[in-house]
Design a protein around this ligand. Sequence first.
Ligand SMILES: C[S@@+](CC[C@H](N)C(=O)[O-])C[C@H]1O[C@@H](n2cnc3c(N)ncnc32)[C@H](O)[C@@H]1O
Length: 250
Amino acid sequence: MGRRALRKIDPELDLSRHFHELPENESAWTPLEIFSCTQPLELEIGSGKGLFLRNAAEACAEHNFVGIEVAGKYAKFAAAGLARSGLKNACMLHGDARRLVQHFMEKSSVHRVHIYFPDPWWKARHHKRRIMAAEFLRQVERILVPSGRLVFWTDVEAYFQESLEILSQATTLRGPIAVPENAPAHDLDYRTHFERKKRKEQAKIFRAEFEKPSVDANQNDREDVNSRPAVNREPKYFASTGPLSVERRV
Ligand SMILES: C[S@@+](CC[C@H](N)C(=O)[O-])C[C@H]1O[C@@H](n2cnc3c(N)ncnc32)[C@H](O)[C@@H]1O
């Protein structure tokens, strides 16, 4: 992905609380150890510049948020945003989300997994690099708590449709549950930087959520999730945050 240079991070800014390298060896470490208090965990895969993580953590202090980003400069940039905001319930990991999910996350430990605008890897021969692949999505299902949700948005219709197919074949996650589009209340009132960019280009965004069945779900008496009306039961990540200050611009 061609990317513009990022603003420089203030070298005086202390990132020790908000930036962590994913350990090399698959030890007993878990991201839960980063936080001083135990509360529901949300995980964002491929956080980019970190707009979602910062807004969500500000709006929902009663959850912990971990973002993981494979591009080191972006992981640090997102961590710097969290540090400047003094957020105690959010941090960034630098590393590969696939390693994190497979080797470091416990079963039924995450309330929501967020995947916004994953790289589409346009060429057919590169499709195998896509994050929305069967093995990864089975791992996502494993780490979600019962009734936990996967949130997936993209602007690439073909990738969206293929992902729906993989999810229905490789997992028991129920969906797609449609998510309505909201009119932005201000210039940074978007889920992520990428959503902002694409909506300004008038691109169509495909948004869906998928729910892990609850432990006692009666397999023979499943609701037809596709017939459900569009819902938006997620925490209001943006409503309470208001416009961001100039210092915290894109
Ligand atoms: C198109 S960008 C979207 C960034 C952000 N989610 C947004 O919507 O603004 C995709 C991001 O996923 C990151 N990424 C790709 N593969 C990854 C992986 N295996 N683990 C963690 N991050 C990954 C990329 O470095 C990039 O920052």
